[in-house]
Design a binder for this molecule. Structure first.
Ligand SMILES: NC(=O)c1ccc[n+]([C@@H]2O[C@H](COP(=O)([O-])OP(=O)(O)OC[C@H]3O[C@@H](n4cnc5c(N)ncnc54)[C@H](OP(=O)(O)O)[C@@H]3O)[C@@H](O)[C@H]2O)c1
Length: 304
């Protein structure tokens, strides 16, 4: 008998993930702050909860996929918050990207309810979410994570066990830091080559003909050639994750320059108005954006 699943948060990611749980035959209840986003799920056969507590009362495994800490606080401890219905028979899985520290604090706050808490953020964006091909980065009790694998594999192609609760979030910060560095590195180098008179196709050919060839750059190449820069991962989310990276582990070599650049400068409100995504920031960094791109690359404070 499949567990009853409750899903909180039906945004870009959550909507697709909840639909895959339903398609795999799990009984599903959903809740979203903006009610209209529940309708497509209701049409697929999901029940719609009137509030987060109603959702937690009527299900066994409660999954959250929302923006970040504020949204989680609201859904868990706000009016009719889900945490009020948690007990030792229930499981709560946070799949939103938040900091390891927030996750550990959340675990401590949830402990008195007896609920089993797993942090399981994901690697992958909208398309893998739609295709059930995310990589699930799970932290928490290993037996609990193993027991939840059938559920995770409705949303993802693979589950990576990362350690105790909080370590799923740590792995998510690790992989997003690498993603940001690789994208910024490509953008900065292409801009450097362009300013030196190199042809874009020849630069990409050079990258792809050696060990720097990789899936991420291959995926971006057609868009670069077409000068088409759709937002794939909103810069506001990358900025949020880099805020967590900046507050992360300390020590020699611990921090990389990009999260600092994406701090008050690039991630600041003024810049975000012009720069809605990694896609858009690539354009600005690579093709100048009326001088703005050069400003981004040269005028931001250097990492000390
Ligand atoms: N997009 C990606 O490519 C991607 C990839 C990997 C991980 N992630 C992570 O996945 C999470 C969700 O991302 P997304 O792209 O699905 O975001 P999104 O489309 O912006 O959806 C955000 C969700 O959070 C809810 N929410 C926000 N603030 C809330 C509040 N105060 N109270 C209650 N609900 C609130 C929204 O409800 P409303 O509909 O009412 O606004 C919506 O359901 C984020 O942590 C993100 O960093 C995203």
């Amino acid at each position: 008998m499949k567990q009853k699943i409750g899903f909180l948060g039906l945004g870009i990611m959550g909507g697709a993930m909840a639909a895959n749980i339903l398609r795999a035959g799990y009984p599903l209840m959903v809740y979203n702050r903006t009610p209209a986003k529940s309708e497509p799920l209701a049409q697929l056969g999901a029940g719609v909860a009137s509030d987060p507590r109603h959702l937690a009362q009527t299900t066994e495994v409660i999954v959250a996929m929302v923006t970040g800490p504020e949204a989680l606080d609201q859904l868990l401890w706000g009016p009719q918050g889900a945490a009020g219905a948690f007990n030792e028979k229930k499981v709560f899985i946070n799949m939103s990207s938040v900091s390891p520290r927030f996750t550990r604090e959340l675990a401590a706050r949830l402990a008195p309810t007896g609920v089993t808490f797993i942090d399981a953020p994901v690697s992958g964006t909208k398309k893998p979410a739609e295709e059930g091909a995310l990589v699930i980065l799970a932290g928490g009790q290993e037996e609990a994570v193993t027991g939840l694998e059938p559920l995770f594999l409705t949303m993802g192609k693979k589950v990576i066990y990362c350690g105790p609760v909080g370590q799923g979030s740590m792995m998510k910060m690790f992989i997003n830091l690498l993603l940001g560095l690789m994208m910024e590195g490509l953008a900065e180098c292409l801009n450097f080559g362009r300013l030196g008179g190199l042809d874009l196709e020849a630069m990409l050919d050079t990258v792809f003909s050696g060990p720097l060839n990789c899936g991420l750059y291959q995926m971006k190449a057609p868009l670069l050639k077409e000068k088409n820069y759709p937002v794939a991962f909103p810069l506001k989310h990358m900025t949020k994750d880099f805020k967590f990276v900046r507050a992360g582990p300390r020590g020699p070599y611990a921090a990389a320059p990009l999260p600092h650049r994406l701090g008050p400068g690039l991630g600041g409100r003024g810049h975000q108005r012009h720069c809605q995504g990694i896609g858009a920031s690539e354009r600005e960094m690579i093709f100048g954006g009326g001088g703005k791109g050069r400003w981004v690359l040269t005028s931001l404070p250097r990492y000390p």
